[in-house]
Design a protein around this ligand. Sequence first.
Ligand code: ADP
Length: 429
Amino acid sequence: MSILLGCIADDFTGGTDLAGMLVKAGMRTVQMIGIPREPIGDDIDAVVIALKSRTSPVEEAVAESLAALRWLQQAGCRQFYFKYCSTFDSTPRGNIGPVGEALMQALSSNFTIASPAFPVNGRTIYKGHLFVGDILLSDSGMRNHPLTPMTDANLVRFLQTQIKGKVGLVDYATVRQGAEAIKARFETLKAEGCNFAVPDTITNDDLIAIGAACADLPLVTAGSGIALGLPQNFRRAGLLPEHQVADALPPTGGLRAVIAGSCSIATQGQVAAMREKHPAFNIDPFELANGKDVVSEALAWAKGKIEKEPVLFYATATPDAVKTVQARLGTEKAGSLVENALAAIAQGIVALGVGQLIVAGGETSGAVVKALGVSGLRIGPEIDPGVPWTTGITKDATDATLRPLALALKSGNFGTPDFFLKAWNKLAS
Ligand code: ADP
């Protein structure tokens, strides 16, 4: 197995973001949910291990990231990528700096970059200061983030508070001159005892130049933007084909269903659009709370319908209805009752022959993926920005009698109103 790029993401959706970027850049990519326990396929160029370490205690984040690194090293990765948020979500203690330092040490390296920039998404860096759109990070809504309030936009100064080593700047005049100048500046910074370089970045071309300058670094630490530049390094080295369809998934076939546990506005519209065209079963949290066997009822209802057309199971409700449920049952209890029911329905319909499943809602997706024993996702074609089709990797992946399961895990507010109707067209059946 020869994986080129091994990535560690500090949260799940950040991991998906990076995985999608790598696929678009021509790298066949798998996203693993936590540190893998089983081997993964050998037709893969990049692995993203998604942790939940963004806001965990520093020591935990470091230990988990090192464990992920060990797995990626054993898988033969040539370069490593620590992915964090493009708003550099962290505190004066961590976790970006300490995790970056620990990974560097484990890789016997003493130099990396720190680059949350992503100009197309409005994240630019000038004189070391991170801008969100037209304003400094410290003037943006991130100032009031409940867990990681960002009150200093100067990344050189802020990262310095998190680490034992030293941070330096690659200023814009240098970045504009391209990859060779950036590399030369890296050498100067190293000679000055710096371990992290924050490169100024105004345009996507800058990111590509910075990516090229990072070809020989064992570790990069960045948002997902640098993923624009890294794949080209592997091509230049003859390790990655010039043109490669990276988003092909094995044909899955099987029946089609949608499970919606999100109450976000986009999902409400998508549920309404699907209900007009296909059979739909509503999950009532009060019935669940009263102990009614809603799951068996839903599965019995589906028989005879699901063989003919896609069906929808939804708990999606209006904000007022959700408030009433939460007031009577408690927010957490209502949430977990609904999540558990939807996860059990997912298990039931897969047993009925569903091979193509859309799930709406972040928490809901987590519950469904867990119930189905899915430990990773092979990233396929994008349906709408940020939502690709994937195939689930399960412990029994080597069991040829098991049909691969196509999954589209949609964060609540993503997708156009016809998402549930059009998504199937992107899949080979
Ligand atoms: P999103 O991605 O839109 O935030 P999530 O699945 O992450 O969606 O979160 C939605 C939460 O709301 C889940 O915990 C789900 O179980 C819960 N939920 C869904 N429907 C209802 C409902 N009718 N009443 C109360 N809670 C609900």
